[in-house]
Design a protein around this ligand. Sequence first.
Ligand SMILES: [Zn+2]
Length: 289
Amino acid sequence: MKNFGLGIDIGGTKTLIIAVDDEGKIVARELLATALFYEQWFLEVTPLIDRITRTFPITRIGIGVAGQIDHEGTVLHAPNLGWEHVPIGSLFRRQYQLPTTVINDVRAAAWGEWKLGAGRGYDDLAVLMLGTGIGGALIAGGKLLTGAGGTAGELGHMIVGGNGPTCSCGNEGCLEAQSSGWAIAKRDEAENAVEVISRYHAGEKKAVEIIDDAYQGLLRGCLTIVHAFNPKAILLGGGLLKAFPDLPLWLEEQIQEKALKAASKGLEIKKMALGDDVVALGACHYAKN
Ligand SMILES: [Zn+2]
């Protein structure tokens, strides 16, 4: 009999649940709005999971969450969800009596791209997700770096300097405060980065300066990644990337010019390939470990 895994992506607005077969093919899919409180979310998500488990014999559960998660699968801090110290792993283990793994969403995405997407074949890989915030993940020597407390890869909080506002973490000069959607919007007193990007394309001076700064911040961040971790590839993803189609090639050229030659030899900058399913797919695959 075939085995199936369940992958769940808990995002700030939506929760995606998929069932995946051993070949990585998605065989069932459910989507719901993420409720404000986790108790309510759990009440709403269980009937959808039950619907899937009635058809497919699920043997493992992998969950990706935008936040910091400890090794037990407790969500320590998820600002987009408003969750603090939510023991999501043990809730699921009790409810379903199945092995359940909970990891950060960008780390899940990195794992998914490494196993099934644009990162296949690269055992040393860095991932940067450019959206409202900036998330990161690192695969080194064929292993996902987790760090002592499970939070390795917070690449958005690398200090790169520049003219950005104070970061959400309280520090000055974080990559996220220079190059993320929220920082770009804040510097131009705009509702969102999309507004600033259209002003940039119209050639407005301030917007051009802000976007140039964002590019330079990403370059400094990538140079640091290259020198610290010597990856074979850096994968870029996230909503902001769609607005900057020239970014991967520009970064690749700049890095080849500026990085230590031995560290950047053969480095590739690529776009992530798995689309909106990447977190759920990656979390499900990671749960196989
Ligand atoms: Zn920061």
